[in-house]
Design a protein around this ligand. Structure first.
Ligand SMILES: [Zn+2]
Length: 491
């Protein structure tokens, strides 16, 4: 059955404020029957895809790439030394795996230095809280700041407050993320992270703290990018772990004034050079037609970005490598694009779209892996309506992996957003977001949380889909070109 677009697929765009909702969404056509003839795919192509799927289920190339990236590079915050090492790592590994046309295309990224963040309740009952600065947070004044806390449940709740209640105080966003397989709780909880500090600053707040936009019950706060409103001096913005958010709420619930003391030393440090790293498996006949497999090379800095998005980097790379090893390669070229700086404003996604917009019609289909390496359960596709029988034929190859057809509301992932807006068809492999949001953007996103069997399942799905997309006669149609989103302020 067609399902609404999983909000998990939109979180990056929503968080970056680049997308309200898919503006060009049309009511989905009824799912075609699986018995429709899949003329664009020959029986031989379907058999090859099934064989690829089985080979991937016995191949640990992706798992070993995640081990290597997390161990030898580690955190890869845009503009950091780890980011530069990641670019070198990716170029070296794509070459070693036999990719053609391996290149690092320069991308300018903002650089932000985390520094140290501390928080304590000073009254009524002193307690230390576990916090992390949100990406882009400014520092507290030297020596820190102390003020009374005002809880609000949401951005709307904040905006409804009189200025005198907020001015001179620390705003606390209490919203708690709900668990769900499609990750839709994230899209509902994350807006204060993006603009909460800026909205609080408008009302004269001296700082903002929020309950983490994640489901972890550990004392590991969730970081992530925020945006700064033009013209308003920014205020420090910190995330509390869920148990620490509970502590603050319990003290507030007594009705006594609660005072917080915050120290944060993070700062902006200009710009840096990073790169989109690209490698290709050239097609056997339609070399100029591209199936784009995306993931992002950067990560947050609290963990080692094992799931976000080390797993995606590894999954798309290993899937393309398996196809490159075939005796007969598919017709079209597979292009792996490992994007720079997804987390801090989609620098790589925007740079790629700007560089390749003249060749957008040669981008036949795009897929991105950016929801960790968890259990795949769905395949959705935003393609020309007459191409849905082809999608169903492709999905049938994933049935043994437990992957059902989940409709037409695919997003393609954050990095592919600018290409989708230019009309490139996209597919999503939907994976279980419940464990993902326990780890996402926290210090717990580390290699030990990666299950090799689940990595293999993801590679199997990507390899089969990418192969069939590269082989299918006639492509996937084109999408309506979306109106250009308004220019966003720099993070
Ligand atoms: Zn990501």
């Amino acid at each position: 059955m067609p399902m609404p677009m999983p909000l998990s697929r939109l979180f990056g765009l929503l968080a970056a404020g680049l997308l309200a909702l898919p503006a060009t969404a049309v009511s989905p056509p009824a799912a075609p029957s699986p018995s429709d003839p899949a003329a664009p795919l020959t029986p031989a192509a379907l058999a090859e895809a099934r064989a690829l799927r089985e080979r991937a289920l016995n191949d640990d190339t992706a798992y070993e790439l995640i081990r290597s990236l997390t161990t030898e590079v580690g955190p890869r915050l845009a503009g950091s030394p780890g980011d530069a090492r990641a670019v070198e790592w990716a170029v070296r590994n794509l070459k070693a795996l036999g990719f053609a046309n391996v290149r690092a295309e320069p991308v300018t990224v903002p650089r932000w230095i985390r520094g140290e963040a501390r928080a304590e309740i000073v009254a009524p009952w002193p307690q230390t809280l576990m916090v992390a600065a949100l990406g882009g947070s400014v520092a507290t004044p030297e020596g820190g700041l102390e003020a009374e806390v005002v809880p609000v449940t949401s951005l709307d709740d904040l905006k409804a407050q009189p200025r005198e209640r907020i001015a001179g105080r620390i705003v606390f966003f209490t919203g708690r993320m709900a668990r769900s397989q499609d990750g839709s709780g994230y899209g509902k909880t994350v807006p204060p992270r993006g603009t909460g500090a800026a909205e609080a600053a408008k009302l004269g707040a001296v700082a903002m703290v929020m309950r983490s936009a994640g489901t972890s019950s550990g004392r590991t706060p969730h970081t992530g990018a925020q945006r700064v409103a033009n013209g308003i001096p920014p205020i420090p913005a910190l995330a509390l772990s869920n148990p620490d958010g509970d502590m603050l709420e319990r003290q507030l619930a007594t009705g006594q004034p609660v005072r917080l003391r915050l120290v944060n030393t993070s700062r902006w440090d200009g710009e840096a050079q990073s790169a989109n790293v690209i490698g290709e498996i050239p097609g056997r006949s339609h070399k100029d037609e591209v199936i784009l497999l995306g993931a992002h090379l950067d990560s947050w800095d609290l963990g080692t970005g094992a799931h976000d998005d080390g797993s995606g980097v590894a999954i798309v790379t290993a899937a393309a490598k398996l196809i490159g090893d075939l005796k007969q390669r598919p017709k079209r070229t597979l292009r792996v694009v490992l994007y720079a700086n997804e987390e801090f404003g989609l620098s790589g996604g925007k740079a790629y779209a700007a560089a390749y917009q003249g060749a957008i019609d040669k981008h036949v289909l795009g897929l991105e892996s950016d929801l960790g390496a968890f259990r795949p359960f769905g395949l959705s596709a935003r393609v020309g309506p007459d191409r849905l029988p082809l999608v169903r034929a492709m999905q049938s190859v994933l049935e043994p992996l437990g992957v059902a057809y989940t409709g037409t509301e695919a997003s393609g992932g954050a990095d592919l957003g600018p290409l989708r807006e230019l009309g490139m068809p996209v597919m999503d492999l939907d994976t279980d977001a419940i464990p993902y949001f326990d780890l996402h953007h926290t210090a717990e996103d580390t290699f030990d949380k990666v299950d090799p069997a689940l990595v293999r399942q993801n590679v199997a799905a990507f390899a089969a889909i990418a192969y069939l997309a590269a082989e299918a006669e006639g492509g996937f149609g084109r999408l309506p070109v979306a109106p250009k989103p308004a220019e966003q302020p720099k993070p």
